[in-house]
Design a protein around this ligand. Structure first.
Ligand code: ASP
Length: 328
C-alpha cells in the first residue's frame, strides 16, 4: 500500500493534518465539475443511486458532480475508465457488488480490479426482486418456478452482462430451481426494464431501486424479494425463502471509488461530502421509497469500505470458481 493510499484510509481529520499537495493547499479542490462514472446505462438502479448522490455531493462540494454512464461488459468498461483516469479527484466511480465478483469472473481485464482504486466509502445496501413481464402466466413464485421449469427452452432472463448484480441474482435463481434458461444481456437494467415492460423479455432479477415503482404501477409482476426479511416499501412481496426458495438470497451494495493514487486530502474531501449526502433528508426519503437505505455513517468510511469489499471478494471467488462460469 502506498503512503498516499494509506493516508486516504485515515479519513478526514488525519488528512487535514497531513501535508497537502499544492492544489489542495490553495483550497482549489474542486475548482471544476467532477465526473461520476456510472458503469451501467442511464435509468437503471445504479444510475438512480448515482444521480441522487451526485446532486447532493455536488452541492456540498460547490461544483457539479456530473454523471456519465459508461455501460457495457457487466460494468467493467466504466470501472476501467476510472482505474485509468488521472488520480486528481475529478473522476469517481459509483459501482456495486460487481466490484467483488468481477475479479473472479473476468480473468483478463485491461485494469487492476482490486488495486486500481481508492475506496471513498460505502453508500447503500439494496434488496433485489425477482420480476416478470406483466402477463407472465404465474400468480406466485411456486407457479413461476413450475412455468420456468416446463418452458425452460422458451423463457428468457434479462441481465446487465456478466458481473452485473442482475447476472449474479439470475444465476442464483437458476441454481435454486436447478433450471437453466436463456439470458439476454443489456448495458444496464434500465434498458432491460423497458423490454420487460414491453413484454419482449420474460424475467429479470433487479434492485428494488429499479423495480419498486414498476411493480406498484403493475407494469411488471413482482414475485419475491431476495433478502431474509420483507422490504417495507414492497411489503406484499414474500421473501424468496417464505415463497419456497431458501437458497436464493442476495443483497447489492454500492460504494464510491477514486483512481488509485488520488491524494489523501482530496479523497478525504470527497468522503466528507459523501457522508453528508447520506444524511440528507431527500436522499433518505427517496432511498426509503425505493426500498433501500443509506449506510450508517460509520460504514461510509474508506477503511470499512475496503475491508468489506475485500471480504466480499473473498466470499464470491470460491463460489464463482466452483460454478466454473467465467466471462471470458
Ligand atoms: N442493476 C444492474 C445490474 O444488474 C445494473 C444497472 O443497470 O444499474 O447490476
Amino acid at each position: 500500500m502506498t503512503i498516499l493510499s494509506r493516508r486516504a484510509l485515515l479519513g478526514a481529520s488525519a488528512a487535514l493534518a497531513a501535508p497537502a499537495p499544492a492544489a489542495f493547499a490553495q483550497g482549489a479542490f474542486p475548482n471544476r465539475p467532477i465526473t461520476m462514472i456510472v458503469p451501467f446505462a442511464a435509468g437503471g438502479p445504479t444510475d438512480t443511486v448515482g444521480r441522487l448522490i451526485a446532486q447532493v455531493m455536488g452541492n456540498d462540494l460547490g461544483q457539479p458532480m456530473v454523471v456519465e454512464n459508461v455501460g457495457g461488459a457487466g460494468g467493467t468498461l466504466g470501472a476501467q475508465r476510472v482505474a485509468q483516469a488521472r488520480p486528481d479527484g475529478y473522476t469517481v466511480l459509483l459501482h456495486h457488488i460487481g466490484m467483488s465478483t468481477i475479479p473472479a469472473l473476468y480473468r483478463r481485464l485491461a485494469y487492476d480490479p482490486i488495486n486500481g482504486f481508492e475506496t471513498l466509502g460505502l453508500v447503500t445496501e439494496v434488496p433485489m426482486t425477482l420480476v416478470a413481464r406483466r402477463n407472465f402466466p404465474a400468480a406466485n413464485l411456486a407457479e413461476l418456478v413450475q412455468v420456468v421449469r416446463r418452458e425452460r427452452d422458451r423463457i428468457n432472463l434479462a441481465n446487465a452482462g456478466v458481473g452485473a448484480a442482475s447476472h449474479l441474482c439470475g444465476l442464483l435463481f437458476q441454481k435454486a430451481i436447478d433450471t437453466a434458461v436463456t439470458t439476454v444481456p443489456y448495458r444496464g437494467t434500465g434498458p432491460a426494464m423497458n423490454d420487460l415492460v414491453g413484454g419482449t423479455v420474460d424475467l429479470m432479477c433487479d434492485q428494488t431501486t429499479n423495480t419498486t415503482e414498476q411493480i406498484r404501477a403493475t407494469t411488471i409482476k413482482g414475485f419475491a424479494v431476495t433478502t431474509d426479511r420483507r422490504v417495507p416499501s414492497l411489503n406484499e412481496l414474500p421473501t424468496a425463502a417464505e415463497a419456497g426458495l431458501p437458497n436464493f438470497e442476495v443483497t447489492v451494495w454500492h460504494g464510491l471509488y477514486a483512481p488509485r493514487g488520488t491524494p489523501a486530502p482530496i479523497a478525504a474531501r470527497l468522503n466528507q461530502a459523501l457522508v453528508k449526502a447520506l444524511r440528507d433528508e431527500t436522499i433518505e426519503r427517496r432511498f426509503a421509497e425505493l426500498g433501500t437505505t443509506p449506510v450508517a455513517a460509520e460504514r461510509a468510511t474508506p477503511e470499512v469500505h475496503r475491508a468489506f469489499w475485500q471480504a466480499d471478494t473473498a466470499k464470491w471467488r470460491p463460489l464463482i470458481q466452483a460454478a466454473g462460469q467465467y466471462a471470458d
